[in-house]
Structures are given as structure tokens and as C-alpha cells.
Unconditional design. Structure first.
Length: 297
């Protein structure tokens, strides 16, 4: 079913059924032989409503306001879509998206999502583990980083005609971060194909890092031996580092990162404490052993 801007919660799996199905899946996994990883890494927190997730967005290709992506991203052509894979990889090339991800299991995972601007959501993503794709592509011995680029198509992305950001939007991960099973290439949410404003047809989701690492509308994946340039680091290196791990103890120069505002929490929701690595500390802390996270922010 192609995403249409008129899609509502009623068109996709109702939340109650969705959660019950998850409980069933978790139960089945518990009965099966010890899974490689605990039942899918999903949080027990209640997902935000589809309405919240699709109407309060950051996607500067469509403007600076949180409502711009929902207003303008429907113009983006997401089919056909191809992704160029290059650099230190056994199988470089430009692949139609379906071919790129063919054979890789699509999973449902409910992740916490924390923006560097100190707001948060809980999102039921659908997607494939980035590690699976990298294994399929064949990472070569010298590769140390994975770089990603968003589509550059000013005719359909009006924000790309404005000065400020050097397009295309780009991001990157260290190879061990990219291989971590939590790192997801998301192709949908709430059981339906990805809405355009959330990064259709394929976007990264790295739930232990600030939201800006989770690059949308990916058209290029490059394996490299040097740390890639990243959009927010290029703009404001003293405010946005390459790592961008969620860390309540390291404040942004202009505001605290100790707490966050949960979108959709209602008028009296207030702020909640932000946990280290956005709650994924047990899973990812070992990636950074020996690093000073105040320096490697
Ligand atoms: N290409 C691209 N990817 C992007 C952005 C962007 O402006 N352009 N914004 C980032 C930021 S700052 C955040 S918080 C998340 C927002 O994702 P969401 O709109 O799905 O919540 O997307 C990230 N990925
Ligand atoms: Mo963000």
C-alpha cells in the first residue's frame, strides 16, 4: 500500500492490536531457543500517535518549521528510488531500492527517539538492520566508517534552494556503530510504508544518538577509511559533534540536555529526565570504552 497523505491511524494497525501482536511475538521469542538479542530491543513505552510522528518533524530540505515537512514533503517522488553504494565495499553499484534490501528481514521495533533540541518521541518503526545490509554488500578490510547522503533534488525539495546548509544532507557512523544491531534502516512506521516527511523511502534510525544522526531519504552509502563530514558538524562544530550520543551529563553549549519534553504529552506533561544513551546504555556503552564523551560529543 503506497503511503498517501490522507493516511490516518485507522488505516494502519490500531495501536492496541499492534501492541498485542508485539506481546505475542515477544512471548513466542521467549519460548524459542535463546535469541541472539533480547526480543527486538523495543521499549515498553507507549508509542506516540501517528499524528504526532507525522506532523512535528525536522527535515530542512522542506523548510525550517516543524510543520513544513508535513506540508511540503508529499511532492517528493520516492518511487523509483535507487541507492549508490561505493567506497571500500565488495559489491559497489547503483541499486534499485527493492534490489538493495532484497532478502533482508524487515522488523518492527519501538524505539525512543531523542532530538538534540531536547524533545522526544516513541516511534514504532519498521526496517532492516543496517548490519545485514553491510554484510550483504561486503565491507572491505580497510573500512572504518559508513557515510550517508540524502537525495539532492531542489525541484522537489524547496529548502535546498535556500542558503545556509551545504546540500546534500550528510551523516556518518563509525563502522562498529553501524554494525550494532540497534542501528536500523527504516522503511516504514506504524505498520505502513514510511511517510515522506519521516524520510521515505529509506532513512537511518540510530536510537542512542541525537535525532540529527538519523538521516532521511538516503541515496548514497559509502564505506570509507576516514571520518566523514556530517551536516550539523560542518555548520556548528562546537555545538554538534560527530558522535552525538544522547548524554544528559554533557550539555549543548546553549541548553541543558539533562531532560526532555515528550511530544504529545499534553499540556501538563512536563519534562522527563533523559537517560544516558537515550536508555540504550546496556546495549551500546561498550562501543565507547576508553573515550571521553565530553570531548567526543
Ligand atoms: N535529510 C535529512 N535528514 C534528517 C534531517 C534533515 O533535516 N534532513 N533532520 C534530522 C533531525 S534534526 C531529526 S530530529 C530527525 C527527525 O526525524 P522525524 O521527523 O522522523 O522525527 O531527522 C533527522 N534527519
Ligand atoms: Mo533533531
Amino acid at each position: 500500500m503506497p503511503y498517501s497523505p490522507s493516511l490516518t491511524r485507522a488505516d494502519v494497525t490500531p495501536k492496541r492490536l499492534f501492541l498485542n501482536r508485539r506481546a505475542l511475538i515477544a512471548g513466542a521469542a521467549a519460548l524459542a531457543a535463546t535469541p541472539a538479542f533480547p526480543a527486538g530491543f523495543s521499549t515498553d513505552e507507549a508509542p506516540n500517535a501517528l499524528e504526532d510522528i507525522t506532523s512535528y518533524n525536522n527535515y530542512y530540505e522542506f523548510g525550517f518549521d516543524k510543520t513544513d515537512p508535513a506540508a511540503y514533503a508529499s511532492k517528493l517522488t520516492t518511487d523509483p528510488w535507487s541507492v549508490t553504494v561505493d567506497g571500500l565495499v565488495d559489491n559497489p553499484g547503483t541499486y534499485p531500492l527493492a534490489e538493495l534490501i532484497a532478502g533482508l528481514p524487515i522488523e518492527e521495533r519501538i524505539y525512543r527517539f531523542r532530538c538534540v533540541e531536547a524533545w522526544s518521541m516513541v516511534v514504532p518503526w519498521q526496517g532492516l538492520q543496517l548490519s545485514g545490509l553491510l554484510e550483504k554488500l561486503g565491507v572491505q578490510a580497510g573500512a572504518k566508517y559508513v557515510a550517508f547522503e540524502t537525495l539532492h533534488r531542489p525541484e522537489e525539495m524547496p529548502g535546498q534552494s535556500r542558503p545556509g546548509i551545504e546540500w546534500p544532507y550528510r551523516e556518518g557512523l563509525r563502522l562498529d556503530e553501524a554494525m550494532h544491531p540497534l542501528a536500523l534502516l527504516a522503511t516504514g512506521l506504524y505498520g505502513a510504508p514510511m511517510p515522506n516527511q519521516n524520510g521515505a523511502p529509506i532513512r537511518l534510525v540510530v536510537p542512542w544518538k541525537y535525532g540529527f544522526k538519523s538521516i532521511k531519504a538516503i541515496v548514497r552509502i559509502t564505506l570509507t577509511d576516514t571520518q566523514p563530514q556530517t551536516t550539523w558538524n560542518m555548520l556548528q562544530p562546537n555545538e554538534y559533534g560527530f558522535y552525538a550520543n544522547v548524554n544528559p551529563k554533557v550539555d549543548h553549549p546553549r541548553w541543558s540536555q539533562a531532560s526532555e519534553r515528550r511530544i504529545g504529552g499534553g499540556l501538563f506533561a512536563g519534562r522527563v529526565d533523559t537517560p544516558m544513551f537515550n536508555g540504550y546504555e546496556d546495549h551500546v556503552a561498550s562501543l565507547y570504552t576508553g573515550q571521553d564523551l565530553a570531548k567526543d560529543y
